[in-house]
Write a protein that binds this ligand. Structure first.
Ligand code: FE
Length: 178
């Protein structure tokens, strides 16, 4: 039976509390997180940050932007910024900063390097995601199994990526729900 056309109702006399139907059908939105002090607007259109650095462990991030019903959000803007191996943000230029647009099915991909941990923070990347004509979501992405995740007051487990290490590099996936 299609639950979208058949809202669940508790059997009469039942003492069970059913999970509200809207939660069964949807996915919680990706949480908003601090922008922090290092964002710079007007980034270049760039989905390959490797050209920006000479050192660093290769990292390929990829994923999808979807809405709360799981439908792709094609053409969403994604604006990433991060540190590289040396653990500092480029304030003078746009190294390791750039925006791209998700494809018509909401898929996106960023070729980059592993961000180093810097004082006070666990390993993370920053990103802004904006559906066409929609509101900007500012958030951060994290790596599982980092010892410092739970020491970082900003850390959000909902923003953990799925990560694999292979062939001398790392691959990570994340689905943004906006
Ligand atoms: Fe940061």
């Amino acid at each position: 039976m299609d639950e979208t056309t058949s809202p669940g109702t508790a059997p009469s006399g039942s003492h069970l509390t059913l999970t509200p139907e809207c939660i069964c059908r949807g996915t919680p939105p990706t949480p908003e997180q601090n922008e922090g002090p290092y964002y710079k607007p007007y980034t270049p259109h760039k989905a390959d940050f490797r050209q920006d650095v000479t050192d660093g462990t290769p990292l390929v991030l990829s994923g999808q932007v979807v809405n709360g019903a799981g439908e792709p959000v094609g053409g969403a803007l994604l604006d990433f910024w991060q540190v590289g191996d040396e653990g500092v943000y480029d304030d003078a230029g746009f190294r390791l900063r750039g925006h791209q647009f998700a494809d018509p099915k909401g898929y996106w991909r960023l070729e980059t390097v592993l961000p180093a941990m810097y004082p006070g923070r666990t390993r993370h990347l920053h990103v802004k995601v904006q559906p066409p004509g929609g509101e900007v979501l500012t958030t951060m992405l994290y790596f599982p199994e980092e010892r410092r995740n739970h020491l970082d007051k900003h850390f959000r487990p909902e923003c953990l990526m799925t990560v694999q290490q292979a062939d001398g590099g790392w691959k990570a996936q994340f689905t943004f729900v906006v």
